[in-house]
Design a binder for this molecule. Structure first.
Ligand code: ASP
Length: 440
């Protein structure tokens, strides 16, 4: 069995965390390819090394002296090396090279990538594993997208004869061979690409929580954990704000049918969450999870007999497209069509959109409602359970929450509910209570 194992920044923030990580790796010989992030926060007000490096880049871009900032960053690594008691090893030369490169040719991607690069060097030395620089095996194309074909080939070739390797997360190289990074949190993507390319059996993603929770712990005290979730359910939940894993990390393993196991470095005894393509494993509760976001607007277009007008919906959406606004949902009635959009994106172009709708559709009226929150109730178990929607609405009415919009996806995997921003927390509590706490 082959496992690709990624450790997040908080799992590698200092020497104590590094030791936990080493124990986890050594505890299972299937954990062969390791993807480290840069050192993250050691405590709440701490600064991530990646952010310190971005600051370093900004100083370099202004032609300022870099010594002080480099000293601070180097101290983070030196503390780790010292705490791990690694002998005959120093990053002095590496820091000289980083400084020279930034003084000569400052680029943000290069600076930011050094966080995982240096952490990878320490880890390789500490574990005695080979270091592989992702700049030689992960390739971007011109549009900053991944060159999957070349990457998969090179990753597979490179790792074919290596029992173990350390491959830093978060970066690769562009067409010119210059370092290029993924978006923030992108080490998750590196792990997924490596797992997909070598057809690993499992992609383990170690972080500081024991997997996904059924609801946001800032709203629900001690929510239950999710043991198993499908890729599709996860997509719905993460789109609506549940964030443990980078959104783009799902695709490379999903297309290869590889499960992801989210684990907690501080509680390795927990099984964490399994993210799988499909499962016969019955969910414990009817719903798998609840997530949501505030700050939406509903634009309702009314026109008598619009149901008979061919191409009406197309024209409505064209008005949004022409103004470069993406839409979230589109519930419709006989003579009304509502388009739900992000408020901050919409506000700046509001009147332009309204006039475009008038020009294209000649409506009877256009009404805008703001301060809407959307809540997604997600669960593969909902399809086979009668009365789920009824229970949600009974719970909301009981909690005195006015439902402003309902949208049930045709996949029966989720029900989206629109409520006022102010009712957001109350609504999530009511839904969680009915399905999980009281299991009515
Ligand atoms: N170190 C990078 C960041 O802070 C990437 C990562 O941790 O995944 O965004």
């Amino acid at each position: 069995m082959t496992k690709v194992v990624k450790f997040g920044g908080s799992s590698l923030a200092d020497a104590t965390q590094f030791k936990k990580v080493a124990n986890i790796i050594k505890a299972d010989s299937d954990r062969r390819y390791i993807i480290p992030s840069a050192p993250g926060k050691r405590f709440d007000d701490d600064t991530k090394v990646t952010d310190m490096l971005i600051k370093l880049y900004k100083l370099a871009a202004k032609g300022k002296n870099l010594d002080n900032q480099i000293k601070k960053i180097k101290k983070r690594y030196d503390d780790i090396i010292e705490g791990l008691e690694i002998k005959d090893f120093s990053l002095d030369d590496e820091f000289k090279e980083i400084k020279a490169e930034l003084e000569y040719n400052p680029t943000e991607d290069f600076a930011a990538s050094r966080g995982e690069y240096l952490n990878g060097l320490i880890m390789a030395k500490y574990l005695g594993y080979e270091f592989v620089d992702p700049k030689d095996i992960i390739f971007f194309n011109e549009e900053h997208g991944l060159n999957s074909y070349k990457t998969e080939k090179r990753v597979a070739e490179c790792l074919k004869d290596k029992k173990h390797a350390i491959i830093p997360g978060f970066y690769g190289s562009d067409k010119e061979g210059q370092v290029m990074t993924f978006s923030r949190g992108g080490s998750d993507i590196t792990g997924s690409i490596i797992a997909g390319a070598i057809k690993a059996d499992v992609y383990e993603n170690w972080t500081d929580v024991s997997g996904f929770l059924a609801a946001d712990p800032r709203i629900i005290e001690n929510p239950v954990g999710i043991d198993m979730i499908t890729y599709r359910e996860l997509r719905e939940l993460s789109y609506m704000g549940a964030s443990v894993l980078h959104e783009d990390a799902i695709f490379p393993v999903r297309s290869a049918g590889i499960p992801i196991n989210i684990r907690n470095t501080n509680r390795p005894e927990d099984d964490g969450t399994w993210i799988v393509e499909s499962t016969a494993h019955k969910p414990e509760y009817v719903i798998t999870g609840i997530a949501g976001k505030k700050g939406f607007c509903a634009v309702s277009i009314t026109k008598a007999l619009m149901n008979a007008e061919i191409g009406f919906g197309h024209k409505v959406l064209q008005a949004f497209e022409e103004n470069n606004i993406s839409f979230e949902h589109m519930p419709s009635g006989i003579d009304t069509m509502t388009v739900v959009v992000h408020e901050d994106e919409f506000l700046t172009k509001e009147q332009k959109v309204v006039s475009t709708i008038h020009r294209l559709t000649d409506p009877d009226s256009v009404e805008i409602e703001s301060d809407l929150a959307l809540i997604a109730v997600v669960g593969r178990g909902m399809k086979s359970t009668r009365g789920t929607a009824g229970r949600i609405f009974a719970a909301l009415s009981h909690a005195n929450v006015n439902v402003r919009m309902i949208d049930q996806g045709s996949s029966e995997l989720n029900i989206i509910i629109g409520v006022e921003n102010d009712d957001f927390e109350k609504a999530i509590k009511a839904i969680y209570d009915i399905f999980v706490t009281t299991r009515l």
